[in-house]
Design a binder for this molecule. Structure first.
Ligand code: ASP
Length: 426
């Protein structure tokens, strides 16, 4: 192959394709290591916990590094541009409304499918690896979750990476800058230029996404293998099926009904972001890539997405609430505790609230599951049953979590008249 043709082929392979090839080869490579290379210094220390871990985590850190400054600046710019509090309030109420409704729908899909499939019936409890519930940490109470929205100290919230208080503070700053007009122009320009710097940095870091994704996936499969899954296949299949229904049916119907956009095109364009969420299991780290993809490929205005995407990554976890819905039925059946209609209704409410309280980082869904289980009197020890295999499900549900944010954002953007359909159909 001449140098020119080689260059052309390289150019043709877009970033999305590269990420998918990396996902696939990474998974195969991980499985191969798990089964074919015997445990020892080379496999455990050098490959899995050395090269794969360092590069994978390094990549997640690079993305995380962007989140706080990017969300802060782009939110200030967005709210400043929207300007009046009335429109902002309207977008906010609509978005939160959509988020809550889609989460409640998600729990219904989960409960419905679990009651048909009966994932916990006839379970061989001994065959399942048990962990300890205390490993899952502690959930924050509902009252604290609400109060924590208001930052006592915005700098501290930024240092801790707490999204909701950062969102509140940034919205305030943006609104005040809009109010000040030319008197605040130096500060306004600063934030808008800093925002450009962050977006540029996002694109630069995304270029190495395929390598990062490869290492993350390879390490997961090299560590877990398939053996842990066997006794839990029914539960895993149930969660995966409910996630697929939510992502491929519920969201796409909503998208089509509200915007008339082509759902297949939407999925195709959003797939790389889903692949990224899948490999990192972290909604938060996906924020920069989501905002970028929505604006460049779907024509969604950044003014809206810079507000709704970080908000969604923090409070809208449809995938997580699906896992929790199925887990409730699974644990109830495994322990032989019957669930009443009243119990099921309670689960819809508590799982929706738990989704708000779940942070967009790996495994937190398991922690907030404790709140859902106790709301209907199920033993929280049941979490230990599903802990061993949660990592893979965490990856799938994170992809669904962020797809829900993107669908709601696109719908709200369309309703506000700021969706560029030409970009979407380009
Ligand atoms: N990993 C999920 C996310 O980041 C949260 C969870 O369900 O544990 O969206």
């Amino acid at each position: 192959m001449t140098k020119n043709t080689a260059e052309k082929t390289k150019k043709k392979l877009g970033l999305s394709t590269q990420i998918f090839i990396a996902l696939l080869i990474g998974a195969l490579f991980g499985v191969a290591i798990h089964y074919w290379i015997p445990s020892g210094y080379i496999k455990d220390t050098v490959i899995v916990e050395g090269v794969l871990y360092v590069i994978g985590q390094g990549f997640i850190r690079l993305m995380q590094m962007l989140v706080v400054p990017l969300v802060f600046c782009s939110l200030i710019c967005g709210s400043m541009a929207i300007g009046d509090t009335k429109t902002l309030g309207k977008v906010g109420v609509k978005t939160i409304g959509f988020y809550l409704v889609t989460t409640a729908l998600a729990v219904c899909v989960a409960l419905g499918s679990a009651l048909l499939i009966n994932p916990g019936r006839g379970l061989d409890m001994d065959a399942i690896q048990k962990g300890t519930v205390s490993d899952a940490g502690e959930a924050t109470s509902l009252v604290d979750t609400i109060l924590n929205i208001i930052p006592k100290n915005p700098i501290q919230s930024m240092a801790n990476g707490d999204m909701l208080p950062i969102i509140v503070f940034a919205l305030f700053v943006g609104i005040m800058l809009a109010k000040l007009g030319t008197r605040g122009s130096v500060v306004a320009n600063f934030f808008s230029q800093f925002n450009d710097v962050m977006m540029e940095m996002t694109m630069a870091i995304m270029k190495i996404a395929p390598i990062g994704v490869f290492c993350l996936i390879a390490r997961t499969f090299a560590t877990v293998g398939f053996s842990a899954f066997a006794p839990m296949l029914k539960y895993m299949g149930n969660v995966t099926l409910a996630l697929a229904i939510q992502c491929l049916v519920v969201y796409q119907i909503l998208l089509f009904v509200f915007t008339r956009l082509n759902p297949l095109k939407f999925i195709k364009k959003f797939l790389p972001v889903m692949g990224f969420a899948f490999s990192t299991a972290t909604s938060n780290a996906t924020i920069p890539m989501s905002i970028d993809t929505l604006s460049k490929k779907m024509g969604v205005s950044k003014q809206i997405s810079s507000f709704t995407i970080p908000l969604g990554a923090t409070i809208n976890m449809d995938g997580t609430s699906i896992m929790q819905g199925v887990a409730v039925v699974f644990i109830a059946q495994a322990y032989g505790i019957p669930l009443t209609m009243g119990n099921l209704a309670t689960v819809v409410v508590t799982a929706t609230l738990a989704s708000i309280g779940t942070a967009g980082v790996p495994s937190v869904g398991l922690v907030t599951l404790a709140m859902v289980l106790s709301s209907v009197g199920l033993p929280t020890e049941g979490i230990a049953l599903i802990m061993g295999i949660d990592r893979i499900l965490d990856m799938i549900r994170t992809a669904v979590n962020i797809t829900g944010d993107a669908v709601c954002t696109t719908i709200v953007c369309h309703q506000e008249g700021s969706l560029n359909r030409e970009v979407f159909y380009k």
